[in-house]
Design a protein around this ligand. Structure first.
Ligand code: HEC
Ligand code: HEC
Ligand code: HEC
Ligand code: HEC
Ligand code: HEC
Length: 376
């Protein structure tokens, strides 16, 4: 009898447990969903602009790899087989508009980086521990959950030859340089064939996911908690210890680039002015180089290194670095071999990373110091 009653109780307990667990799972999932909604992974505008055939035609096969759910899932099997290039169709050729449309890379269907982008059908992470060869030209080993993050958070432009005297291009690193910085790759002047991986990537369990998720109660906001450093370094460590010197050195690099820009500025007659408000260019925009007073910022337009300069009359003009010319269609004032091209790449690599050294403190410092001496 006792046995039978026990069985009934157990069954009730099991039912209650299942209900409770079910309720817990539902509320946990909706909490996670709310957190994700506040994150920029849920930025539908960027997916719509960068990952749809209406806006980018066949070149959506480039951006959709990281800027949309459907694009990433179509690309991942190809990436795991060793091809980090743009999305290919089932025939192995560059994807065309019809194939990209069939994937749902259209304005009415494209999804941002969402649950199914990172979690598979069994709720496992789609990438774990090791990355395949990435668009940034390297692979990373033994970084736990961080391998998933680095699959998208990398500079996407192939491996940089650190000792090149002339990179032969004006390309800038993509805004997602966190993966390159944390493993210490793809900069000029500093030998990045040596192992420069940050202890924050190699020895924190989950690299990116440790600081940006596990240490935060609200894991799916993807934001590190305010006092993240104290979790591992004790109560007196704070991110300003690393941020302040990194910001100072970034300022020094910018000042050194400015000196070199001003030294040759008198030759400038035209630029290709870029208007950030409309994303439009004005070709052969007359600009008397002698009126360039200072370098306001180094950035990118359309993936190419661009400089924003301030003129003596107070106006600010932004132009791709390649388009500072001696005359319309004339010689480029700053050739690709000019060290400011390599220095600007390094500057953007550390700046766009967004952590101001926290991802890889020593590497960030070494890159900036080496860049400053290379410009002297
Ligand atoms: C290898 C993955 C990858 C590819 C390919 C890629 N992106 Fe990105 N992109 C990212 C990530 C990750 C971020 C977020 C970086 C951050 O916030 O620090 C980003 C950020 C951006 C931003 C915001 C930049 C900013 O300064 O805030 C724009 C715009 C953008 N990407 C456009 C594009 C376009 C256009 C393409 C295709 C030509 C493209 N991306 C291809 C990964 C990628
Ligand atoms: C950018 C990638 C990414 C996206 C998008 C994402 N997750 Fe996660 N998720 C992770 C990672 C990484 C972990 C492991 C977290 C850790 O190490 O603390 C995780 C963990 C979880 C867990 C386990 C519980 C926990 O908090 O650790 C659940 C449940 C979950 N995710 C559900 C979701 C749901 C639902 C969505 C969509 C609303 C979503 N995830 C979107 C990467 C992602
Ligand atoms: C499928 C590609 C992809 C994966 C995987 C991915 N991200 Fe992102 N992430 C992006 C893109 C794209 C953006 C920029 C979205 C935008 O602004 O349009 C972004 C933005 C972010 C931002 C916000 C940056 C800002 O300026 O607000 C953080 C932080 C971030 N990701 C962390 C992570 C972490 C941590 C992981 C791993 C758990 C991860 N990401 C995995 C594509 C990805
Ligand atoms: C040691 C902890 C730590 C690790 C590991 C880490 N981050 Fe960060 N990350 C930070 C901190 C701190 C910031 C600065 C954010 C702030 O000040 O709020 C940051 C900033 C960022 C930003 C810029 C956010 C913004 O608002 O502009 C992105 C994107 C990002 N991290 C992604 C990543 C990715 C991807 C990885 C792995 C490749 C990673 N992080 C690894 C702590 C970490
Ligand atoms: C998840 C644990 C963890 C967190 C969080 C963390 N660190 Fe670390 N950090 C480490 C480990 C492990 C090392 C390597 C061992 C050591 O030097 O103590 C390290 C090393 C460092 C170093 C020396 C780097 C070098 O190359 O010699 C600095 C500087 C540093 N951390 C700063 C920070 C700052 C600033 C933060 C907050 C933004 C932070 N850490 C957050 C685990 C962490």
């Amino acid at each position: 009898m006792k046995f039978l009653r026990g069985k009934g109780e157990n069954r009730l307990r099991v039912i209650l447990l299942v209900l409770a667990l079910g309720g817990f799972v539902v509320s946990q999932t909706s909490a996670i969903k709310r957190q994700w909604e506040t994150s920029s992974h849920n930025n539908q505008t960027t997916s719509l602009v960068n990952a749809t055939v209406e806006v980018r035609q066949a070149s959506a096969a480039h951006c959709a790899r990281c800027h949309s759910d459907q694009g990433f899932r179509a690309w991942l099997p190809q990436l795991l087989k060793g091809d980090p290039g743009n999305i290919k169709g089932p025939d192995g050729k560059e994807a065309d508009v019809a194939y990209l449309t069939s994937l749902g890379l259209t304005k009415d269907k494209a999804l941002p980086v969402t649950c199914s982008t990172c979690h598979d059908e069994n709720e496992d992470l789609r990438v774990m521990n090791d990355t395949p060869l990435l668009p940034s030209g390297f692979a990373v080993s033994a970084v736990g959950e961080g391998a998933l993050c680095m699959t998208c958070h990398n500079t996407r432009n192939g491996r940089v030859n650190w000792s090149a005297e002339d990179p032969g291009r004006y390309t800038g690193p993509h805004a997602s340089s966190q993966g390159d910085v944390i493993v210490g790759k793809n900069v000029f002047f500093l030998n990045d064939t040596e192992d420069r991986i940050s202890p924050h990537a190699a020895f924190t369990g989950g690299a990116c996911a440790t600081c940006h998720m596990s240490l935060n109660q609200e894991s799916h906001t993807f934001k590190p908690p305010k006092e993240v450093c104290t979790n591992c370094h004790g109560p007196n460590m704070n991110k300003e210890f690393v941020e302040q010197p990194t910001k100072y050195l970034l300022g020094q690099v910018k000042a050194a680039v400015q000196s070199k820009v001003l030294a040759a500025a008198e030759k400038v007659a035209v630029v290709r002015a870029y208007d950030a408000a409309t994303s439009k260019y004005t070709d052969n925009f007359a600009l008397d180089g002698r009126t360039i007073q200072s370098l306001v910022d180094i950035g990118t337009t359309g993936g190419q290194i661009a400089l924003k300069v301030k003129l003596t009359d107070g106006r600010e003009v932004t132009s791709p670095l390649a388009e500072f010319r001696e005359a319309p269609g004339g010689k480029q004032v700053y050739a690709t071999a000019n060290p400011i091209v390599r220095a600007s790449w390094n500057y953007l690599m550390i700046k766009s990373d967004g952590s101001y050294g926290a991802h890889n403190p020593r590497f960030s410092r070494d890159v900036l110091l080496t860049t400053i001496s290379a410009l002297r």
